[in-house]
Design a protein around this ligand. Structure first.
Ligand code: ADP
Ligand code: MG
Length: 254
């Protein structure tokens, strides 16, 4: 791919590059020749039917899963088998999952300071001040000394976002962060993500929240059966789908 033809280049240097990426689970080909380039500061929404490979793709980007063919380059670091690249990627890339994955036996504050203290070797006081800053930004500083089980799902997901931000990542990945939430809590989490988008964070978000996609995405990527089928601005992708596969998908979700 040449720099001149890549739309992402016009926005800034590439933060994430997937070049001819293939992945199999046993005999099953789950990522098929994925080519995707995401620029620094770009906000990409990934959508597509269940089982199309969305989670697998973003899990490959922070090496929770390994790809077998092609290259994945994150902030200039090519993901390989070495621990050095793994370490670097885990520091730079924050991830928020559908299930919030907070540590139930730690307080909200401890959940947020654990990795900065142990991975980033940040002094405890500094880590706590940083955690309070992010808990304030996601508008739940008053919950700092509670345990996850005492919070609503929406609050827990906002803690998960704050926790990821405490590692000062350059890139945030979200995998259906609102799918496990009751409808009344979806908005508070989406609002938090909009706030984050406004800071200029590079984001990839798997979601079927099309309102969110229209509001913040620079680009929407539609996946089906392990392939990137279409990739376009939200207006174009939703308003002018090119393939029957995307038309069918949109008719089912909109
Ligand atoms: P999506 O997130 O789009 O719903 P996934 O990336 O989770 O899709 O899954 C893509 C395909 O890979 C599906 O067919 C799924 O069943 C399969 N799959 C996902 N994780 C595993 C795994 N750990 N082992 C085997 N197959 C898997
Ligand atoms: Mg998934």
């Amino acid at each position: 791919m040449s720099a001149a033809t890549s739309p992402a280049r016009q926005m800034g240097k590439p933060a994430i590059q997937l070049l001819g990426v293939n992945k199999w689970y046993g005999q099953m080909h789950v990522l098929r020749n994925i080519n995707l380039e995401i620029a620094e500061g770009e906000r990409v929404v990934v959508c597509g039917p269940s089982g199309s490979g969305k989670s697998t793709m973003i899990r490959c980007i922070n090496r929770l899963e390994e790809h077998q063919q092609g290259q994945i380059i994150v902030d200039g670091i090519e993901l390989g088998d070495d621990l050095k690249s793994l370490d670097a990627i885990r520091r730079e890339v924050g991830m928020v999952f559908q299930s919030f994955n907070l540590f139930p036996h730690l307080t909200i504050l401890e959940n947020c300071t654990l990795a900065p203290i142990w991975v980033r070797k940040m002094p405890k006081k500094e880590a706590e001040a940083l955690a309070m800053e992010y808990l304030t930004r996601v508008r739940i500083p008053e919950q700092a000394n509670k345990y996850p089980g005492q919070l609503s799902g929406g609050q827990q997901q906002r803690v998960a976002i704050a926790r990821a931000l405490c590692m000062k990542p350059k890139i945030m990945l979200f995998d259906e962060p609102t799918s496990a939430l009751d409808p009344e809590m979806i908005k508070e989490v989406l609002d938090t993500m909009v706030m984050l988008a406004d800071t200029g964070m590079t984001m990839i978000c798997v979601t079927h929240e099309m309102g969110f996609a229209r509001q913040v995405a620079d680009r929407v990527v539609f996946m089906d059966r392990g392939e990137v089928v279409e990739s376009n601005t939200p207006d174009e992708l939703f308003g002018n789908p090119q393939t029957d596969r995307l038309k069918l998908f949109l008719s089912q979700i909109l």
